[in-house]
Design a protein around this ligand. Structure first.
Ligand code: CP
Ligand code: NVA
Length: 309
């Protein structure tokens, strides 16, 4: 069986916890783990822009003893008729795993359906599960554990980060609150799935429109851009409805005294988050960005070990 990581709930709670344990060990002894020695190669493909994902996978695969092949798909045949199914079949003959950042989730699902190696979601329109592993590792580092902690995500609650906070946070036993304006609420199917997961982990899920109610006494406050990649010209007002959700000192004042602030970056400083918060004492965003590296190394190691050809 081949294990893919297309959305956050592709890992069970026990598996997510094991990946985070391994990530912490890999962070503590960064060059000691070489499961890709050979080297085995990993394809890392981008249909969308990236800084953190591109570099953290490139560096991480090299640190695992492997050979990263990082490619923007405009230079491949993706856009001129080669099917994703054929690309998945062909790449599987060369590489140990395929990492893909793309648009619709149907695209990565098609690659995974035809690949014979693990496929990893490096961000799609609906999910950003690698980011969540980094976020949860950061929460563990700051609070010792994820279970029982309250995480409030405010802003565009219909985007990939909101969906991944719901699924991954519930899997981690967290109390997840997601708040966004009417019209920018998470998908009902994803909320229902998160509720089901939370019922088994001791976590909980709440979807709100009131940002103050969302962040009240929260241990973690998270936000993300109000305009995700590909939404630049969608005709929606992506400023005015979101202004009450900006993470500034006033909103953060409603959270727990030792709250940490997360943002996957890139930040639109002055829009969804202010400089004072991003650069302030509660911000954990640069630890969070670093943790992409460690979390993804652990994830790749787990998926390769768990997959049988
Ligand atoms: N957080 C994140 O995925 O950043 P990039 O878009 O720069 O990869
Ligand atoms: N929601 C953002 C995340 C960027 C890392 C986007 O999809 O553009």
């Amino acid at each position: 069986m081949i294990r893919h990581f297309l959305r956050d709930d592709d890992l069970t709670p026990a598996e997510q916890s094991a990946v985070l344990d391994l990530a912490a060990r890999m962070k503590a002894d960064r060059f000691a783990h070489q499961p890709l020695a050979g080297p085995r190669s990993v394809a890392v493909l981008f249909d969308k822009q990236s800084l953190r994902t591109r570099f953290s996978f490139d560096v991480g695969i090299a640190e695992l003893g492997g050979h990263p092949l990082v490619v923007d798909t405009q230079v491949t045949h993706f856009g001129r008729g080669e099917t994703l199914a054929d690309a998945g079949r062909v790449l599987s003959r060369y590489v140990a795993a395929i990492v893909l950042r793309t648009h619709g989730d149907d695209r990565i699902a098609e690659v995974a359906a035809h690949a014979t190696v693990p496929v990893v979601n490096a961000l799609t329109d609906a999910y950003h599960p690698c980011q969540l592993l980094a976020d949860l590792l950061t929460v563990r580092e700051r609070f010792g554990a994820t279970a029982g902690r309250t995480l409030a995500y405010v802003g565009d609650a219909a985007n990939n980060m909101a969906h991944s906070y719901l699924l991954a946070g519930a899997t981690a036993g967290m109390h997840v609150r997601v708040a966004g304006p009417v019209g920018f609420q998470p998908g009902a199917e994803i909320v229902a799935r998160a509720e089901k997961i939370a019922a088994g982990t001791g976590g909980s899920v709440r979807v709100l429109t009131d940002p103050v109610a969302a962040v009240r006494a929260a241990d973690v406050v998270a936000t993300d851009t109000w305009t995700s990649m590909g939404q630049e010209s969608d005709g929606l007002d992506r400023l005015t409805p979101f202004l009450p959700y900006r993470v500034d000192d006033a909103l953060l004042g409603h959270a727990a005294a030792d709250v940490i602030v997360l943002h996957c970056l890139p930040a639109h400083r002055g829009e969804e988050i202010t400089d004072e918060v991003l650069d302030g004492p509660h911000s954990a965003v640069f630890d969070q960005a670093e943790n992409r590296l460690h979390a993804q190394k652990a994830l790749l190691t787990f998926l390769l070990e768990a997959s049988t050809p």
